[in-house]
Ligand binder design. Structure first.
Ligand SMILES: [Zn+2]
Length: 204
């Protein structure tokens, strides 16, 4: 049977070497954590996962070529490498900043209280904070020219979600300042950005 490239494809590239978030570098790996090549039986830290006619093969780069007489295109390889790098960075971040993730997940989002109405020339805005002296909360734009009674202003689920994100973002920021004060400023920013992304915290 002739072999064509259509029945072979690269599923993914796996790099088993642990990634250190702080240094941004791969670390050495012990032999017992490596993968056994399906062609030569040797141990590889970097594995090409290839599918041929529905069967999966874990091989090293050289063995991919030797076993199938086929090699992924440069583009497929670059994409697979980029995905592998992203996964490694995410996993490393998760390990590196587990304390922050725990704190965000274990700190309840406080309830909002009505604070005051503010005239903005475009209508009234209503300010809700977590307490009369706290400077964290949300502003609800009403567009209304008449000031409402506080009991008429109902927070929607979307408002609560918006506030939960603001609250979580503040926790992430506070934790980084407390626990990762040894990092340079740019690295702290990178950590903050990575964690907001990992925890799916969006603040518009
Ligand atoms: Zn091999």
């Amino acid at each position: 049977m002739s072999m064509t490239s259509t029945n072979i494809r690269l599923i993914e590239v796996i790099d088993l070497r642990p990634f250190d978030w702080e240094t941004g570098k791969r670390e050495p790996i012990e032999d017992d954590k490596k993968s056994i090549c399906d062609r030569c039986g040797k141990l590889h830290a970097k594995v090409y996962v290839v599918e041929k006619e529905g069967k999966r093969y874990d091989v090293g780069a050289t063995c991919c070529n030797r076993m199938f007489g086929w090699f992924p295109t440069h583009e497929d390889l670059m994409n697979a490498e980029a995905v592998a790098k992203d996964k490694a960075v995410q996993a490393a971040l998760q390990t590196y900043a587990q304390a922050v993730i725990d704190e965000v997940e274990n700190t309840p989002v406080p309830a909002l209280q009505y604070r005051e109405a503010r005239w903005t020339y475009f209508g009234y805005d209503y300010i809700f904070t977590i307490g009369p002296k706290e400077n964290i909360g949300i502003r609800i734009e009403s567009g209304s020219m008449t000031q409402k009674h506080p009991s008429e202003i109902v927070l929607t689920d979307a408002d609560r979600v918006r506030f939960a994100h603001i609250w979580k973002r503040r926790i992430v920021h506070k934790c980084i300042m407390e626990r990762y004060s040894h990092l340079p400023r740019t690295k702290q920013k990178k950590l903050e950005f990575g964690l907001l992304n990992l925890l799916e915290i969006t603040v518009s």
